[in-house]
Write a protein that binds this ligand. Sequence first.
Ligand SMILES: C[S@@+](CC[C@H](N)C(=O)[O-])C[C@H]1O[C@@H](n2cnc3c(N)ncnc32)[C@H](O)[C@@H]1O
Length: 394
Amino acid sequence: MSLRDQIEREIRGCGAIPFSRYMEICLYDPAHGYYSSNAEQFGKAGDFYTSSDVHAVFGRLLARQFEEIWRALNRPPQIEIVELGPGRGLFARDVLDWSKKKFPDFFAALTYTLQETSPALRAKLQDSLCEHLATGKAVLPAVGRRALSSGQVGGDTEIYRGLTTEALLLVFANEFFDALPVEILSGSGKLHIGMQNNRLTEIWLPALAEELEFLDRYGVHPEEGERIEVPIVAQGWMHQIARSITRGLLVMIDYGYTRNQQLAGRHRGTLMAYRHHSASPDPYQAPGEQDLTAHVNFTALASACESAAMRCEKLLTQSQFLMGIGEKNQFADAFEDCRVPQERAKVALQLKHLVTPEGMGEKFQVLLASRAIDSNIVATLSGLSFGSESWTAK
Ligand SMILES: C[S@@+](CC[C@H](N)C(=O)[O-])C[C@H]1O[C@@H](n2cnc3c(N)ncnc32)[C@H](O)[C@@H]1O
């Protein structure tokens, strides 16, 4: 049965479904969902690039930042990185390989846990990280998606740790939150997908009080003709992450907006579909064959951290964050494997793409939050040394 048939059967059985449920089936149905199937989603042959697809320097710079955190905290005997949504594992491999080579003491203390639900991507992780998995340095816990069988969108937001809760924890997430299902509200209510004349059709039903309150606090209400996303699932995840960090940090990188930007008229309706590197606003064209994504609401995510007593640092662009880490040694991490000038020139272009505003540098932002770590120590981290504005996620 195709994914479209499956969606239609669910609607015939239970009535119109919220958009978030439609998005969840499209992306994560265990058999035919976009991330579950064997299709190539990442890189040149796929539908989109993430930073680790551009060059290993992204993971190497983050490894440098993670090691600096560990050193600043007096080299605890154990540290765990939990990566949410590691995809095919390029970032994890770059962090682990670079740490092994450059920071052996940090590497000795490190356990790297990969939290990935997609069966196809988990198989790829087994492959790309086989050496680190075999030694126990990397851990791939069995995480499923309870939501799809229970019908409740969002599902299991538990953080699966390889070490005990006393060990220092770094939670890392790159382009994880933008891939979580969202609700969509307009002046007519909340978007549901129903059936009419045997075709999928949009139906507007009253929004829940919780969704309207979310927009009151963190976003804007839709004006005539507008559609605004309500990322309730992402909010649940952030609450859970913040609760799970007894002592440690969260580093999340994604494209997104603040409430002030929405009030100024930007990022109002950001849901997009991606297929073969072209973007479309139509989420219904090819269920299960195209990526669906929405920008993240940094104001809401920061508030979730703070409500669980985490301390958020100023919101930085990826450019500022990577410049802060890499400038001290002039991005030597990027050029180490280059043997000839042509290779250096190629890597310089890839680095430029990650860092400059015309590339990914200002498209992505970095939210860093900490708990039970001296704020003076956090303030000295290289990644935070650029960017002078005070807290901007509000
Ligand atoms: C846009 S991809 C990003 C992949 C990777 N972080 C990168 O930068 O290349 C989103 C990833 O999150 C994973 N994901 C989505 N929901 C998840 C969940 N509830 N638990 C674990 N992983 C999840 C998807 O399967 C996918 O691998």
